[in-house]
Design a protein around this ligand. Structure first.
Ligand code: CMC
Length: 429
């Protein structure tokens, strides 16, 4: 086990301390590097840099391991409810019976959003992307609950912010969906569990009865758990970076939603279905699209493939692929894009380009097929990812605050002009 590291810059050698995690991951602590040598490290895209220590999620990309607070994602996805996992992530332990009941009650008490929020919805042009609305809606909670802006909050206020956010997120997401249809909003029903309530607000039509199908509840519960946290990814790092400036919870999580929107991150789930549709409409020849993905002169990438940290398989994708088959069977849906997805996966996994680069299907590859089978339009897919990721973002935000970390502020290596004098407008050549 490494106990220290040495770095030699020109003739100068310094010793650096190391830090070893509970799973024996080794980090070299470079916090004194610049003061001792004048040098910094450069790691574009943070491919090899730890930004924090964390006790929430353990991920081993080589082995395909994902655990929250020590519990394997496979066990959580098969046995837990989404709110149990949320409790686990945020509080560190699985809840006892009475703790879970209290947690659920506290959340169901806050499911309504302020009626004035409807005015914000009225202002969006029809067809606005749901993710743009979600960012604004989450940030706007800080206006409705100004106590969230205070820097020194009591424990009670901190908890209230968390309950409010967890409770209002499904209501806001369902309102965004209803707005896209031009339909009236359906209010939350606090007798329903978290997932059923969200499905009811999304799919119940005010003029008709709506039966909440257990198969839909189970599938969405599983999907939300599979998205619940993923350590220091792009959106979570954004939440932590924004939170490190002492910005409030709602602003920090709104920023995380913005980061998630990108097609290289959570936005990939929408892109996957659009890609599968394009392949289907083009005749379904998957080898042509695999060739396009390999062609460096073509900007096309196989969406839902590849991952920054998983280099063997993405354990979430394995669970989702199985769930996808089950859900479609139970709902009696025959989706030709599922066959295309399977063929694409099979061919890509045999192709040296994908093998050499260790590119496998990720969490987004099959999730969209399930979301679509449930009745959600593609534009809502990344919103569903955000709904699932919320407890992870909250847990990471709380951890950041409890660690009392300084404001996040990376350095750079400047490559622009050296000093030059200002040239007056008329004298410029
Ligand atoms: N299709 C074709 N080639 C790919 C793909 C892909 N999907 N992903 C990576 N590559 C190639 C890439 O061109 C590069 O090749 P080369 O070494 O010849 O230049 C090599 O593999 C390494 O790729 P990279 O872009 O340097 O890797 P990264 O770690 O920076 O990017 C990624 C990871 C997820 C952004 C990338 O794999 C990708 O763009 N995938 C498609 C988008 C996607 O599915 N995103 C969802 C990620 S999972 C959900 C989440 O948590 O965000």
């Amino acid at each position: 086990m490494a106990s220290h590291a040495k770095i030699i810059i020109d003739e100068k050698e310094i010793e650096l301390p190391t830090i070893v995690g509970t799973e024996n991951e080794i980090g070299v602590d470079i916090s004194d590097l610049r003061s001792k040598t004048g040098a910094i490290t450069l790691d574009v895209g943070y491919k090899n840099s730890g930004s924090t220590t964390s006790a929430i999620t353990y991920l081993d990309g080589e082995q395909g391991i994902l655990r929250h607070r020590g519990y394997a994602i496979e066990e959580l996805a098969s046995n837990a409810t989404f709110l149990e996992v949320a409790y686990l992530l945020i509080n560190g332990e699985l809840p006892k019976n009475e703790e879970l009941t209290a947690f659920e009650t506290n959340i169901s008490r806050h499911t309504l959003v302020n009626e004035d929020m409807k005015n914000i919805f009225n202002a969006w042009p029809t067809g606005s992307h749901p993710m743009g609305q979600l960012i604004a809606m989450i940030s706007s909670l800080s206006s409705f609950y100004p106590e969230s802006l205070e820097t020194n909050q009591t424990e009670h206020t901190k908890q209230l912010n968390v309950f409010r956010l967890l409770a209002k997120m499904p209501t806001i997401c369902a309102m965004i969906y209803k707005k896209s249809l031009g339909h009236p909003f359906v209010y939350p029903q606090n007798k329903l569990d978290y997932v059923s309530n969200f499905l009811n607000m999304s799919f119940k039509h005010v003029t008709e009865d709506y039966t909440i199908e257990p198969v839909m509840v189970d599938a969405l519960n599983k999907l939300l758990i599979l998205h619940a946290d993923h350590e220091q990814n792009c959106s979570t790092s954004t939440v932590r970076l924004v939170g490190s400036s002492n910005a409030n919870l709602y602003a920090s999580i709104g920023a995380g939603v913005a980061a998630l929107w990108g097609p290289l991150h959570g936005g990939a789930n929408q892109e996957v279905i659009e890609m599968l549709e394009r392949i289907k409409n083009d005749g379904g020849d998957v080898s042509k699209w695999i060739d396009k993905a390999k062609d460096k002169n073509d900007s096309f990438r196989l969406m839902g493939f590849g991952h920054r940290v998983y280099k063997n398989f993405d354990p979430r994708a394995k669970i989702i692929k199985k769930a996808c088959d089950e859900v479609l069977n139970k709902l009696g849906i025959n989706d030709p894009t599922l066959e295309i997805a399977k063929k694409l996966e099979e061919n890509a996994l045999k192709d040296p380009y994908f093998i050499e680069r260790k590119l496998f299907p990720n969490v987004d590859f099959y999730s969209g097929i399930i979301y679509r089978a449930m009745g959600f339009p593609v534009e809502m897919f990344t919103v569903l990812f955000a709904l699932g990721r919320l407890p992870g973002w909250i847990a990471q935000f709380n951890e950041l605050r409890s660690q009392k970390q300084p404001i996040g502020r990376p350095r750079q290596i400047y490559t622009g002009y050296t000093f030059r004098h200002f040239v007056k407008r008329g004298d410029r050549k």
